[in-house]
Design a binder for this molecule. Structure first.
Ligand code: HEM
Length: 422
């Protein structure tokens, strides 16, 4: 066979598909892969040609730093809400590795233990409070809880009367990235306010007015030196410190999905209560697999290359379907069934289970906070399954897959909370 033979990438016929993305949400890539019977297709999104891919082999190529880069990969609307500008997500090569090393230095075992201790403390305080009210919206309460936890852990001062607004802003930055109109504008406003808040803190640290402990993110980021020996520009330091605070608050989404799973699958509550073996870990992994959070990740082609005879042209934007891979029947038996036991004998791979990105964490863009997320989820699930009793008033628990990001519609309301008698 001719080794240079090129086969055109299957086409998603038609004009700009951004409106379809808005209406199909998490299923946008999967729907087309099924229809075209392919793992790869080309479409028009964000006013440009875009290649969408799914599957383990696609993930392997996507995380090859020689083939893809992140420069200009994030749409402006995502930078204006979710990530901020000039942060680690858009860096490549040595610059990226140097910045990523700074993030990973914050994730030592001791520091992960610190955040678990803070998490337990906040749950204890919350339970006392929740017992005095008729009902609480779990998502909103957990966001506030995680806002306190993230700031304490990261060395960012936070007055109690600020918690509501800061938690709301950190949440809105995530909520606004996949939307157009008011939800997006709210996300932009929230980012502006949050960056201003953190810039002032960075300035106070640098002027000596405020001295957070050395091991914290606030200290590390404020004094981080770039490869050229310079401190980060104040705004970039704020973007990076928010790259710690914002995603910690976002763990609220997974915790609420955990509560949803406990409600839908009472058969697992007892197993969690008895703390059988590694079951809590398996349960948490299955939440990260089964429920929708990250829809896809994007990168740009670094140099022209050919993969499976398909031409990849320099600078083309490529999206890897994270949600689709979590539900890929070639990777997961009965992917649409919630079954934590599937992780019983699961062999860890860098490209098959990638709810928070894949590949090598230190050299690539895989999530810096994956272990932190798992630790905070495990501690929180223990409270939901073992430490409290509560009821669910009538509410809409449906999860709308066309909304990115999504949640149970009611945000999970619980009532009659009481501490379980031992
Ligand atoms: C709440 C659950 C979380 C989800 C669903 C999530 C998801 C992701 C995803 C999909 C990526 C991009 C992977 C890629 O581009 O290939 C990422 C990157 C990142 N995440 Fe997370 N994440 C979460 C929690 C966290 C936490 C708790 C932290 C820090 C405390 C964190 C810090 C980061 C950073 C710094 C990056 C950029 C890494 C890089 O570009 O090298 N994330 N995350």
């Amino acid at each position: 066979m001719d080794g240079n033979l090129k086969v055109q990438i299957p086409q998603d016929e038609g004009l700009e598909k951004s409106l379809s993305l808005l209406s199909e949400g998490y299923l946008f890539i999967q729907n087309r892969c099924k229809r075209l019977q392919t793992d790869i297709f080309q479409t028009r999104l964000f006013a440009q040609n875009v290649i969408c891919m799914t599957g383990k082999e696609a993930a392997e190529i996507f995380y090859d730093n020689d083939k893809f880069e992140r420069k200009r990969a994030l749409p402006k609307r995502v930078q204006k809400t979710l990530t901020g500008e000039k942060g680690v997500q858009g860096l490549d090569g040595h610059e990226h590795q140097h910045r990523k090393h700074m993030f990973m230095s914050l994730m030592s075992d001791e520091r992960l233990k610190d955040i678990v201790d803070l998490t337990k403390k906040q749950w204890e305080i919350a339970i006392v409070k929740w017992q005095t009210v008729d009902q609480v919206v779990l998502f909103d309460e957990v966001q506030e809880m995680l806002c306190r936890i993230s700031c304490q852990w990261a060395g960012v001062p936070l007055r109690e009367d600020e918690v509501k607004q800061r938690a709301d802003d950190l949440g809105k930055m995530v909520d606004g990235f996949g939307a157009v109109g008011p939800r997006h504008w709210q996300g932009k406003g929230a980012r502006k306010r949050s960056e201003q808040w953190i810039e002032e803190i960075v300035e106070k640290i640098r002027s000596g007015e405020f001295n957070p402990p050395k091991e914290t993110a606030a200290y590390t980021i404020a004094w981080h030196q770039e490869l050229n020996g310079q401190l980060l520009e104040t705004n970039i330091a704020a973007v990076e410190l928010l790259n710690i605070l914002r995603p910690i608050v976002a763990i609220a989404t997974y915790i609420v999905f955990g509560a949803h799973a406990l409600h839908e699958h009472p058969e697992y509550v007892e197993k969690l209560q008895h703390g059988e073996g590694q079951f809590v870990q398996q349960f948490v992994q299955e939440i990260r697999r089964f429920y929708p959070f990250t829809p896809f990740v994007g990168a740009r082609v670094r140099h022209d290359f050919t993969w499976k005879q398909h031409p990849f042209n320099r600078e083309t934007l490529v999206l890897l379907d994270i949600y689709g891979m979590n539900h890929d029947p070639r990777i997961w038996e009965q992917p649409d069934v919630f079954n934590p036991e599937r992780f019983n004998d699961w062999k860890r791979g860098n490209f098959d289970f990638i709810p928070q990105g894949g590949g090598d964490r230190d050299r690539g863009h895989r999530c810096a906070g994956e272990w932190l997320t798992i630790n905070v989820m495990e501690a929180s699930l223990n409270y939901l399954a073992n430490q409290i009793d509560y009821e669910l008033p009538v509410q809409d628990l449906s999860i709308n897959l066309s909304r990115i990001p999504t949640l149970p519609t009611s945000r999970f309301v619980i009532s009659k909370v009481s501490r379980r008698a031992r």
